[in-house]
Structure formats: C-alpha cells, structure tokens
Ligand binder design. Sequence first.
Ligand code: NAP
Length: 401
Amino acid sequence: MNLMAEKITMSASGVLNVPTNPIIPFIEGDGTGVDIWPAAKLVLDTAAKKHGHTIEWKEVLAGEKAFNETGNWLPDETISVFREYLIGIKGPLTTPIGGGFRSLNVALRQILDLYVCLRPVRWFQGVPSPVKRPELVDMVIFRENTEDVYAGLELEAGTPEVEKLRSFLKDSYGWDIREMSSIGIKPISKMASERLIRAAVQYAVDHKRESITLVHKGNIQKFTEGYFMKWGYELIRNEFSDVAVGWDDCGGKPGSKILVKDVIADIALQQVLTRPAEMDVIATTNLNGDYMSDALAAQVGGIGIAPGANINYVTGHGIFEATHGTAPKYAGKDVVNPGSVLLSGVLMFEHLGWTEAADDIIRALEATIAEKIVTYDFARQMEGATEVKCSEFGAAVADRL
Ligand code: NAP
C-alpha cells in the first residue's frame, strides 16, 4: 500500500487525479472554527481510513489567526498552497474591518476564480425542519460567484467619482439619476453565465438529475438577468442538445433528456417552499443565489448544517467551506453544530470520487440524529433530545461509521 502523501492534480483532459493518500490544505477558521474543525476532521479521517485512505492535512492561515501570526489577513503563501494543491477546505472567517478586503471569502473566490458556488440542499432524516415535507427538498444550487452586484463596482453618494458618472450617464444616455445617489454596477457576461450553466448541466448529467431551473429576474432586468437565461438556453442548444432540452424546444416533454426551464426569482422562492419536488438543479446569478441558498437551507435545518463549495471546474481548484459565519459568541465553547463543515467535507469526498466514504458519513450522521444525539441548535427544536457538545457530536458520528 502506498503510504506516501501526494498532491491532487488535474490531467490535461480536465480530470482530477486523486491519489490514495492526498495532501489537502485546510483553514481552521476564526471564532467557532476551533470547535467545528476538529470535530469534523475526526469524522472525515475515520471515514477515509475505513476506505483505505489517509489524508495529510496541511494547515494554511487566513483570517484572525493569520493576522496574529503574520500581520496579514490573507497571506500569499495561503493562496499559493491552494493554487498548488487544488482542493482545500475551510472554516468560517471573520470579515476584517479596514483590512483591505471586503471579505476574505470573496477574495479567495476572486483570486482563484472559483466561479461556481455549489450549495446542495437536502434533508437528513431526523433533522428538525419548519416545513411539513422536508424530505421533498433535494436541490443543488449553482450560484454564479464572480460578477453581478458582487463585483464590487460601487460609487459612494456625494463623491466626485459618482458625480462624474452621473453626468456621463445623463449626457450619453439621457439617464436622470437622482442627486445624492450611490451607484452600483451589475455586470452579467456571456462567458461567466455560460461557464456556470455548463457546470450545472455537467453536474446534472453526472448525477442523473432530471431538470435544471434557470432562476433569474429577467422580466425587469432584461439585459443582465434576462440574458443569463437567454445565454443558458442557447448553450443547451449549442453544446448539450444530446442530453438536455429547453422547455420551449420540447413543450415541457423532454423524453429521456434533462429538462431545462426557467423561473423568475421571486416566484422561485415561493416554489421551492410550495412545490419543492419540482426543483432539482438550480442555476442562478450571484445575488439571487445568495438569497436562495440560505432560504433553502432554512427548510432543512438551517445554516448550522448547510454545506458549500467554491469551484473552478476548468482549473480544478475547489475550496469546500462551512457556510455559516464565525458565531463569535459561541467561539471556543465547544457547543455549535459541526454539520456544515462536516458536510462540506462530505461534498469534497464526493468531488474526489470517494462516494462510499461520503455515503458512510451521511448514514452515520443520520443514525446519530435519529438517536436524538444533537448539538444545542437542534436540541432546542427536538423533544427528548440529548444535547451534546460539538466534539461529542463529532465523536458520536465517528463511532457510528
Ligand atoms: P454567523 O456567525 O453565521 O452566526 C449567526 C447565527 O447563526 C449564530 O448566532 C447561530 O444562531 C447560528 N450559527 C452559526 N454557526 C452555527 C453553527 N455552527 N451551529 C449552529 N448554529 C450556528 O453570522 P454573523 O454573526 O452574522 O457573522 C459573524 C462573523 O462571521 C462576521 O465577521 C461575518 O463577516 C463572518 N461570516 C463569515 C462567513 C464565512 O466565512 N463563510 C459567512 C458569514 C459570516 P443562534 O444564536 O440562533 O444559535
């Protein structure tokens, strides 16, 4: 057996080469990162070992820990390690105030061009939920991660810069924007829309999903949100006509192909609640995706258990991450739910092709919750629960593997 730890690499044909014992960089995370990471790591290591793998975890710094040790919130070393080792995982990071970044998470996504924010949303047996039929929720959101109003193109009201733009818009287009307005720019490009939707279709093909819903606000924002949808349907016709078909091209009857449809964002937020079984893979723009991810997570247990990943399928880079923040009031108290970073690890295992280990963790997690062994956030919603610490929850899941 090869015990040497090796790098994950990407072949020229775009396939990840995953060695038996890979080296995987991790950022522990600020705040509750000290609690959730060790709990999740125990489960990931136990499951990996059961299937003949040993992960060599390589710690890299970001956030407060990085600032305290290096004076830099996001050291270059961290970026170069993620670049070199391709796949990594991270806990939550404090957003530095006056630290030169809008958010460390956004910075990581932009620097590595991680253009897909992947958020699977499904219910795990026994998890308390505010809806009647949480078992019908099984959706995978592909949120565009690099543009839209998140591109950071904003000018502040009252500044000479915004006044210059206001005058230009008035002179060139006759657009009358009120005095003392801040102005933000919402770029939506063909390239970014296509690569996001391409990734969603490929995922639907690989995971045998039935439909893809393009969620947009194109009824109002015709050339940004509307074109996201238009470019999406064109992409299906041009690149995926053998496996997928748009609603209008098949009258809603796709045969054995994946059905691609579209829904306006506000209606989509209603439909995911009232008709969850009709939503499968969702591809959407950045801001819509942000709202949808957390709204959907709430249906199946909240952000304490929602996994996420930021991926560039072309370069092979991917950072899997807890989707909640640092929850500073609970930091170091060993009480929070490690489910989000743990399930992000499960998502990472699936991405690496370690599906049996991933499935084992899900079974063990469900068995633990079925026995009502849960952290405070679930315990307060469950009758007769045994409330355990974060570390005890991790140990309980590992014991059931
Ligand atoms: P937050 O840290 O996500 O916490 C908000 C609430 O969510 C908590 O008070 C707690 O609710 C619940 N929660 C969070 N993590 C949980 C867990 N593991 N288990 C159970 N419940 C959990 O949001 P925030 O207080 O707005 O943000 C704090 C810091 O985190 C900020 O610096 C923010 O910028 C940063 N942040 C980072 C990320 C990231 O790194 N991806 C994401 C969001 C925010 P209850 O009190 O009701 O139990």
